[in-house]
Ligand binder design. Structure first.
Ligand code: FAD
Length: 395
């Protein structure tokens, strides 16, 4: 048929928003829309640090995609993308092939290991429902083994690499969870160590020094040992070796030190910087007017420096790229993407957080409430009141 085919790869923040907006704006038979995702659920990545530490359930972190889109209007394909073939406009799935006229790549990023030996093999990362299930059960297993073996210290030493946003949020949850695990497994909490290792001289880039100090003091009180200005030089099955020469013995290393673009993009032959594509002002891949790249795989400059990859960015890009595809189909003028920063809030465990909204800074309980509000707003945005009622009351 002559109806244009739109294929969206990935149903994370960017992909879901694109699909929902296309569904809303397109008229009947104006285009065929297909949404491809590896799982039949959408997960709320910004919440993953909680089920990873075991302070919240998996079910509060994911939503079935069929509840978010109208399957009469959008074809949902549950499959894993294997290859993007630009020359013949095809996407190869594990179990089939799709052809497209317009492609939206919203596959999310991958951990960046900066070539640190052993990290890819021995560290875990917070990136999906399956990966956080593994982290949670691995941690519990360490406590169980500790009591059944000759009390090996590496079973109750925990290392988190990276003191950026997700590293700090995870380490805070872990610090909340450890006392409970100690009780459950009869382990003296004084014996447990939580290390946060960061190569940069300070934690939480982007936050004002007062807020960073607040976070560090709070987490130190909760039992976190910070090693800032210290790089992980190597990760082994027994722990990490630091740039200072010190070795931290641990069976649990969680790496949050960086994000790079999805490998499929580089493999497709698109020009990338750390796996991400510097998109044009309409969010298209340079030289490919029918390919949009959004979320963690796109690079948008804020003056000289790229904006950090965030959910907020992916959401706004999803809406803009859907509008631009509809405009293209209708022969209308495209809209330039303009990022609007609404603020940043980081949680620091139960009832605690730091945040910046506009020129106002928040810390403590207020910031924690703000975080809940941001999460509720997102649930409302993608699923309306029913989703807020189903998932929101647990936040
Ligand atoms: P994602 O949301 O990662 O979605 C990608 C989707 O593609 C997934 O559904 C995945 O299953 C699917 N997929 C991947 N590969 C394939 C394949 N080969 N085939 C089929 N499907 C595939 N940002 C904020 O703005 N605020 C925060 O508070 C915040 N907190 C965070 C806390 C943590 C612990 C983490 C890890 C991140 C946080 N972020 C936060 C960053 C934010 O989560 C990401 O920037 C955002 O998820 C990027 O959205 P995306 O659409 O690019 O990709």
């Amino acid at each position: 048929s002559s109806i244009p085919k739109i294929v969206i790869l990935g149903a994370g923040y960017g992909g879901i928003l694109t699909a929902q907006r296309l569904q809303k704006e397109l008229n009947y038979n104006e285009a065929d829309v297909t949404l491809v995702n590896r799982h039949d659920y959408h997960y709320i990545t910004t919440h993953l640090h909680m089920p990873a530490a075991g302070t919240d359930s998996i079910e509060n972190t994911r939503v079935s995609i069929s509840k978010l889109i109208d399957e009469f209007k959008i074809d949902l394909v549950k499959s894993s993308v294997q290859e993007i073939r630009l020359h013949d406009k095809k996407v190869i799935l594990e179990d089939g092939t799709l052809s497209y006229d317009y492609l939206i790549i919203a596959l999310g990023g991958e951990p960046e290991t900066f070539g640190i030996p052993g990290l890819a093999e021995h560290a875990m990362s917070i990136r999906s429902i399956n990966s956080v299930r593994l982290i949670r059960s691995h941690i519990e297993h360490q406590f169980a083994l500790y009591k059944n073996e000759r009390r090996p210290q590496e079973r109750i030493n925990f290392v988190v690499g990276g003191a950026g946003f997700s590293g700090i949020e995870f380490v805070a949850e872990l610090a909340d969870r450890i006392p409970k695990l100690c009780k459950e497994y009869d382990v003296d909490p004084a014996l447990v160590n939580i290390y946060n290792v960061e190569a940069a001289p300070s934690a939480l880039p982007g936050f004002a020094p007062e807020l960073v100090d607040y976070a560090m003091e709070l987490l130190t009180r909760k039992g976190v040992t910070f090693k800032l200005g210290t790089a992980i030089q190597e990760c082994t099955p027994h722990g990490v070796v630091l740039s200072t020469g010190e070795e931290l013995r641990s069976n649990t290393v969680v790496w949050t030190g960086g994000i790079r673009g999805n490998r499929l993009i580089e493999a497709a032959g698109l020009e990338t910087m750390r796996g991400r594509v510097k998109v044009d002002e309409y969010l298209r891949a340079p030289g490919h007017d029918h390919i949009y790249i959004i979320g963690d795989n796109s690079l948008v400059l804020n003056g000289e420096r790229p904006y950090p990859p965030t959910a907020q960015m992916a959401i706004q890009q999803g809406i803009c790229c859907a509008q631009n595809i509809v405009a293209t189909i209708r022969g209308k003028v495209l809209r330039k993407f303009q990022y609007q920063h609404k603020g940043t809030v980081a949680s620091l465990g139960k009832g605690q957080g730091i945040g910046v909204v506009g020129s106002k800074q928040y810390q403590g309980w207020k910031a924690a409430q703000l975080k809940k509000l941001v999460d509720l707003r997102y649930l409302f945005m993608i699923g309306g009141i029913p989703l807020v009622l189903r998932k929101g009351r647990f936040l």
